[in-house]
Design a protein around this ligand. Structure first.
Ligand SMILES: *[C@@H]1O[C@H](CO)[C@@H](O)[C@H](O)[C@H]1NC(C)=O
Ligand SMILES: *[C@@H]1O[C@H](CO)[C@@H](O)[C@H](O)[C@H]1NC(C)=O
Ligand SMILES: *[C@@H]1O[C@H](CO)[C@@H](O)[C@H](O)[C@H]1NC(C)=O
Length: 167
């Protein structure tokens, strides 16, 4: 594989990821991700992703209220009451619960664990103080993207080779 162009393989893998994410032929329930039980690691990651896709009008009026794969919620002091009492907080907790039901050890793209982001959010609404779930990885010497996405990409590449060559 040394002579193969690396970025080409990365693009192929990402393409496969997209196909797998949106493949309707899968038996998994994408509308009700919590119904999926006993999932393989990739499937439970995928279900967690569908939990995150559940959006609510209570949050949609402010992009900084919407929890995404990067795990970043950033709510100012002036917004905290709106966030906590007008339904967005309740929705966000349900999204966290959905993720924890399908993947207990879920980490966001920042490497923050789901329970870290959840705790910060709950504490903020307890005291009605603005917050930011930005997470500083204590030992982030290597690049964040390298650590998160490379294992995923190599898994996908392995799967591609198995599927293509039937090994
Ligand atoms: C989406 O979020 C709402 C709450 O805002 C919740 O009632 C519903 O069960 C969630 N749907 C899924 C599929 O998790
Ligand atoms: C996280 O993702 C959201 C939506 O994709 C984006 O608006 C926000 O800027 C991102 N935050 C960081 C720190 O990357
Ligand atoms: C979140 O809070 C719970 C209960 O207070 C605690 O047991 C848990 O260790 C906390 N997790 C993190 C990551 O801070």
């Amino acid at each position: 594989m040394k002579n193969v162009n690396n970025s080409f393989l990365v693009w192929i893998s990402l393409g496969i990821l997209i196909v797998m994410l949106f493949n309707p032929a899968n038996a998994e329930n994408t509308k009700q991700p919590r119904r999926n039980v006993n999932l393989s690691p990739f499937e439970s990651w995928r279900s967690a992703y569908f939990c995150l896709m559940n959006q609510s009008n209570a949050c949609n009026h402010k992009t900084n209220y919407i929890i995404t794969l990067n795990g970043t919620l950033n709510v100012q002091d002036s917004e905290i009451k709106d966030f906590c009492t007008n339904g967005c907080y309740d929705h966000t907790l349900l999204v966290f619960k959905c993720i924890q039901d399908v993947k207990k050890d879920f980490h966001f793209a920042t490497k923050a664990h789901i329970s870290f982001v959840k705790n910060v959010t709950i504490n903020a609404c307890d005291v009605l103080k603005g917050f930011d779930t930005k997470y500083k990885n204590p030992n982030s010497a290597t690049s964040l993207y390298g650590r998160i996405y490379m294992p995923l990409i190599s898994t996908l590449m392995t799967m591609t080779f198995i599927a293509t060559f039937g090994v």
